[in-house]
Ligand binder design. Structure first.
Ligand SMILES: Cc1ncc(C[n+]2csc(CCOP(=O)(O)OP(=O)(O)O)c2C)c(N)n1
Length: 610
């Protein structure tokens, strides 16, 4: 199984170390339960590859994360063994509890088990405690497996991590396993297996080898920690647990990257490494891209602002590596805060900092920030606090697919009073927008995609509050670009010019407040208007332009909005998905061509006969 995982990563970037770490756990689970009958949820879902391999998807495994191929996360459309399409961390205990409770109500005679496997990185998510708080009253056949590998993407942080460390240090795990076996061995093998197991536990507890009081207090039976790479031991515990009445938490200890030395030694790099070549257990060559991405421009801009202003702080929610903030973390350790996978907390925490005069930057992927929607509303926007949101991966996330596409943020941010919403087209815009945000006295957000920085040639104008940038003008038609697709809009305009169609290009920069003067001018004076955004059409930038047109009493007959339609977009390379949606050069040019044709037929119809 590990060989198959290694072969995959030699073809393309994929989640790796987490999958290597759960091979034995996955096999032991499938050997003990029948998940056509029982229920299994892998929290987050990035460690689902071994499960896919044993549930009929080995033949398609080489299509993993490619368009039309297997998804890198659980996908109920692929298999009856995947129950929820997930990619966000922390919800597994709640959904497993719901499944267990539903089964107990609907089919009490079937004795189905619901199992949630959750990593120690996901475990501190607030929602997990909401679920644990509820567990005591609920299901008898709920098993939560805490897969403790001491890592989130980066080393895990926080008090829960310290608590788990203490549990791991207990004598049962640290070298005194034989003693436990001895203790357990004292209990006679005869009799009812449930009674026997509980008796064994009592004995173990008496021997002072039993930890996990916190979970016990919440109403779960706590077992462990046990070695998560020992299939025999795992199976033994799982079989015993099947006989226990009441919810159970099994704490297993694994090594992230287990079985491939470079991954075990550097699980951060190998969480989702770039494609690499290997020889046996050596990585010969890693195909890291040298192109500068929006994320690099963002972390660079954050670094500059923090160097210039001691009031600026930065918060990340377990994504220090993904947001490229390692240098910022190491250079400004007092003003860098990693909350773990706790986005809601991060936003409310930033609100507190802003209230007392700091200038916090919340740097979170667009899709994960959705977790903190109510804190954006209540703790930030309603208080009108100057928190700056930097939304990474704002747009299509590519091979991660629908759980990770950050396509709703323009819509979800712009509806809040006080919120300023910006979308930089390139590094020039991004750094100036951050500077503007940190001087502005209301909450601000700026979003940028996963992708390399485009080079926009020609003279640029400085970023000015609520002002767009007119790069070229034509009364015939206008492309109004919101964000990072500007370079493609410019290329489309060049292409059209060669065909004799003149189109101006506007860089909108602000979604809110809109540059209403320029937008009204486009709507009123240009033959047609095409808006372009890598975000949901519902409620996004194009919608804002239509609202403005309606309010100003202007016609929208020749306005076309390009963006993400009202559907979830599958996984694939970002460029492939953009092309499918007509958001590439060819698609933008085609929309303009069509509208230019419509304009000329309207004009011909109204031409007086000579
Ligand atoms: C809500 C949310 N925030 C952030 C992430 C990004 N993310 C994916 S996996 C991961 C680390 C998970 O750590 P853990 O649960 O311990 O699993 P491991 O990879 O260590 O096996 C993070 C932060 C996410 N998927 N969901």
């Amino acid at each position: 199984m590990r060989e198959v995982l290694c072969n995959l990563v030699s073809c393309r970037s994929a989640h790796f170390a987490s999958n290597l770490g759960v091979v034995e756990l996955c096999l032991a689970l499938h050997q003990t339960f029948d998940f056509r009958h029982d229920r299994l949820i892998w929290d987050t879902g990035h460690q689902i590859y071994p499960h896919k391999l044993v549930t009929g998807r080995y033949p398609q495994f080489d299509t993993m994360r490619t368009k039309g191929g297997l998804m890198g996360y659980p996908n109920p459309n692929e298999s009856e063994f995947d129950l929820f399409m997930t990619g966000h961390a922390g919800a597994s205990v709640s959904t497993a509890l719901g499944l267990a409770s539903g089964d107990e109500l609907e089919r009490p005679d079937e004795n189905r088990w619901s199992v949630a496997v959750i990593g120690d990185g996901a475990f501190p998510s607030g929602i997990v405690y909401e679920a644990l708080n509820n567990v005591g009253r609920a299901s008898r056949r709920l098993l939560v497996i805490l897969n403790d590998n001491k890592m989130s993407i980066c080393p895990r942080v926080g008090g829960v991590a310290d608590y788990l460390d203490r549990l791991r240090m207990n004598r049962m795990y640290s070298g005194l396993k034989e003693e436990v076996v001895k203790v357990l061995g004292k209990v006679p093998l005869l009799g009812d297996p449930v009674e026997r197991f509980l008796a064994q536990l009592k004995e173990a507890a008496k021997a002072g080898l039993h930890g996990g009081m916190f979970f016990e207090e919440l109403g779960l039976h706590y077992f462990g920690p046990i070695d998560g790479h020992n299939i025999g031991l795992l199976r033994k515990y799982l079989r015993m647990i099947r006989n226990v009445e009441g919810p159970v938490l099994l704490h297993v200890v694994t090594e992230k990257g287990h079985g491939f030395r470079p991954a075990a030694e550097d699980p951060v790099l190998f969480h989702a490494p770039p494609q690499f070549e290997r020889r046996a257990e050596e990585v010969v060559q890693m195909k890291k891209s040298s192109a500068r991405a929006f994320t690099h421009a963002a972390s660079n801009a954050i670094f500059q602002q923090m160097a210039d202003n001691p009031k600026v702080t930065v918060l990340t929610a377990a994504m220090c590596q993904g947001t490229n903030l390692e240098l910022v973390r190491d250079s400004f350790p007092d003003r860098f805060f990693d909350t773990g996978i706790c986005e809601g907390h991060a936003v409310a925490f930033a609100a507190g900092q802003a209230k007392v005069g700091l200038r916090p930057i919340v740097d979170i992927y667009s899709t994960f920030l959705q977790r903190s929607y109510d804190q954006i509303f209540q703790e930030v926007a309603l208080q009108n606090l100057p928190v700056t949101f930097m939304l990474d991966r704002g747009g299509l996330a590519g091979p991660d697919g629908p759980t990770h596409h950050g396509v709703f943020d323009l819509a979800y941010m712009r509806i809040f009073p006080n919120m300023v919403v910006m979308a930089p087209a390139d590094e020039h815009d991004l750094s100036q927008m951050l500077e503007l945000a940190l001087k502005h006295d209301t909450p601000c957000s700026l979003r940028y995609p996963k992708g390399t920085l485009p080079a926009i040639v020609g003279e640029r104008t400085p970023v000015e509050f609520a002002k767009s940038e007119t790069l070229s003008w034509s009364d015939d038609g206008a492309i109004v670009s919101c964000g990072a697709l500007l370079a493609d809009c410019l290329k489309a305009a060049d292409l059209l010019r060669e065909e004799g169609i003149n189109v101006g290009v506007i860089n909108a920069r602000f979604v809110k407040p809109l540059d209403s003067e320029t937008m009204v001018r486009c709507l009123r004076d240009c033959g047609f208007v095409v808006t372009v955004e890598e975000g949901s059409l519902m409620g996004g930038f194009g919608s804002a332009v239509l609202e403005l047109a309606a309010d100003a009493g202007l016609s929208t007959n020749l306005v076309r909005r390009l963006g993400i339609p009202d559907q979830f977009i599958e996984h694939g390379e970002r460029s492939e998905l953009l092309a499918d949606l007509g958001l590439d050069v060819a698609g933008i040019a085609a929309a303009c061509r069509e509208l230019a044709g419509a304009v000329s037929s309207v004009r011909q119809a109204f031409q007086p006969d000579i």
